[in-house]
Write a new protein. Structure first.
Length: 140
Protein backbone atom coordinates (compact mmCIF):
# COMPACT_ATOMS: atom_id res chain seq x y z
CA UNK A 1 0.00 0.00 0.00
CA UNK A 2 1.45 3.37 -0.85
CA UNK A 3 0.80 6.97 -1.72
CA UNK A 4 2.95 9.91 -2.77
CA UNK A 5 3.11 13.39 -1.32
CA UNK A 6 4.88 16.23 -3.16
CA UNK A 7 6.45 19.28 -1.55
CA UNK A 8 7.54 22.31 -3.52
CA UNK A 9 11.02 20.85 -4.02
CA UNK A 10 11.06 17.10 -3.39
CA UNK A 11 8.80 14.09 -2.82
CA UNK A 12 7.71 12.16 0.25
CA UNK A 13 6.31 8.68 -0.29
CA UNK A 14 4.26 6.75 2.25
CA UNK A 15 4.24 2.96 2.05
CA UNK A 16 2.09 0.45 3.87
CA UNK A 17 2.48 -3.31 4.14
CA UNK A 18 -0.69 -4.34 2.24
CA UNK A 19 -1.28 -3.30 -1.39
CA UNK A 20 -3.58 -0.34 -2.04
CA UNK A 21 -3.53 2.17 -4.90
CA UNK A 22 -1.30 5.25 -4.63
CA UNK A 23 -2.71 8.67 -3.89
CA UNK A 24 -1.13 12.08 -4.51
CA UNK A 25 -1.28 15.08 -2.16
CA UNK A 26 0.37 18.49 -2.10
CA UNK A 27 1.07 19.57 1.48
CA UNK A 28 3.18 16.99 3.35
CA UNK A 29 2.68 18.63 6.74
CA UNK A 30 -1.07 18.18 6.48
CA UNK A 31 -1.48 15.23 4.14
CA UNK A 32 1.29 12.80 5.09
CA UNK A 33 -0.21 12.11 8.54
CA UNK A 34 -3.70 12.03 7.01
CA UNK A 35 -2.64 9.51 4.35
CA UNK A 36 -0.85 7.38 6.95
CA UNK A 37 -4.07 7.37 9.00
CA UNK A 38 -6.06 6.29 5.92
CA UNK A 39 -3.66 3.38 5.40
CA UNK A 40 -3.96 2.35 9.05
CA UNK A 41 -7.76 2.56 8.82
CA UNK A 42 -7.60 0.21 5.82
CA UNK A 43 -5.86 -2.40 7.96
CA UNK A 44 -2.12 -2.12 7.36
CA UNK A 45 0.23 -3.42 10.03
CA UNK A 46 2.69 -0.53 9.62
CA UNK A 47 3.49 2.51 7.50
CA UNK A 48 6.84 3.67 6.17
CA UNK A 49 7.20 7.28 5.00
CA UNK A 50 10.04 8.30 2.67
CA UNK A 51 10.90 12.01 2.74
CA UNK A 52 13.38 14.25 0.96
CA UNK A 53 13.67 17.55 2.80
CA UNK A 54 15.04 20.70 1.20
CA UNK A 55 17.62 22.96 2.89
CA UNK A 56 15.37 25.96 3.62
CA UNK A 57 13.94 26.75 7.04
CA UNK A 58 10.43 26.40 5.60
CA UNK A 59 11.27 22.86 4.40
CA UNK A 60 12.61 21.92 7.85
CA UNK A 61 9.60 23.36 9.70
CA UNK A 62 7.17 21.64 7.33
CA UNK A 63 8.98 18.35 7.91
CA UNK A 64 8.94 18.82 11.71
CA UNK A 65 5.17 19.41 11.66
CA UNK A 66 4.56 16.31 9.50
CA UNK A 67 6.86 14.25 11.73
CA UNK A 68 4.98 15.31 14.87
CA UNK A 69 1.72 14.30 13.20
CA UNK A 70 3.14 10.87 12.41
CA UNK A 71 4.34 10.45 15.99
CA UNK A 72 0.87 11.30 17.29
CA UNK A 73 -0.66 8.68 14.96
CA UNK A 74 1.73 6.00 16.24
CA UNK A 75 0.64 6.72 19.79
CA UNK A 76 -3.07 6.93 18.94
CA UNK A 77 -3.24 3.76 16.80
CA UNK A 78 -0.41 1.71 18.33
CA UNK A 79 1.00 1.03 14.85
CA UNK A 80 4.60 1.60 13.79
CA UNK A 81 5.15 4.49 11.38
CA UNK A 82 8.74 4.57 10.20
CA UNK A 83 9.94 7.99 9.03
CA UNK A 84 12.79 7.58 6.52
CA UNK A 85 14.00 11.08 5.80
CA UNK A 86 16.97 12.51 3.92
CA UNK A 87 17.87 16.17 4.35
CA UNK A 88 19.52 17.83 1.36
CA UNK A 89 22.07 19.54 3.58
CA UNK A 90 23.38 16.33 5.20
CA UNK A 91 25.70 15.54 2.28
CA UNK A 92 28.31 17.41 0.26
CA UNK A 93 27.17 16.34 -3.20
CA UNK A 94 24.31 14.67 -5.07
CA UNK A 95 25.97 11.24 -5.31
CA UNK A 96 26.57 11.10 -1.57
CA UNK A 97 22.99 12.24 -0.95
CA UNK A 98 21.67 9.55 -3.30
CA UNK A 99 23.79 6.88 -1.57
CA UNK A 100 22.51 7.99 1.85
CA UNK A 101 18.89 7.87 0.62
CA UNK A 102 19.22 4.38 -0.85
CA UNK A 103 21.09 2.97 2.15
CA UNK A 104 18.72 4.55 4.69
CA UNK A 105 15.63 3.38 2.80
CA UNK A 106 16.85 -0.21 2.53
CA UNK A 107 17.92 -0.42 6.16
CA UNK A 108 14.73 1.13 7.54
CA UNK A 109 12.60 -1.18 5.38
CA UNK A 110 14.58 -4.18 6.67
CA UNK A 111 14.23 -2.90 10.24
CA UNK A 112 10.47 -2.55 9.83
CA UNK A 113 10.18 -6.18 8.73
CA UNK A 114 12.37 -7.28 11.66
CA UNK A 115 10.26 -5.17 14.04
CA UNK A 116 7.01 -6.70 12.82
CA UNK A 117 8.51 -10.18 13.32
CA UNK A 118 9.68 -9.26 16.84
CA UNK A 119 13.33 -9.69 15.86
CA UNK A 120 14.67 -6.10 15.92
CA UNK A 121 15.78 -5.82 19.55
CA UNK A 122 18.61 -8.30 19.10
CA UNK A 123 20.29 -5.69 16.85
CA UNK A 124 20.12 -2.92 19.49
CA UNK A 125 23.47 -1.52 20.59
CA UNK A 126 25.27 -2.92 17.55
CA UNK A 127 26.09 0.52 16.08
CA UNK A 128 24.10 -0.09 12.92
CA UNK A 129 23.39 3.12 11.01
CA UNK A 130 20.84 3.98 8.36
CA UNK A 131 22.32 6.12 5.61
CA UNK A 132 25.87 6.01 6.95
CA UNK A 133 28.47 3.28 7.57
CA UNK A 134 27.93 1.18 10.70
CA UNK A 135 30.09 2.12 13.69
CA UNK A 136 30.15 -1.22 15.49
CA UNK A 137 28.78 -2.46 18.82
CA UNK A 138 29.00 -0.71 22.17
CA UNK A 139 32.13 -1.83 24.01
CA UNK A 140 32.31 -1.92 27.81
Amino acid sequence: MWGEFSTTTKTTTTLGIKGYPRTNHLNPAQNTPWAAKQLINKGVDAVIVFGWIGPSLTDKITYAVASMGLIMLQIEYDKPIIDVTVHEDEAGNEKELFDIAVDRSRKHARNLVLMLRGELTRWAGMGLRQGRPDVGPIVK
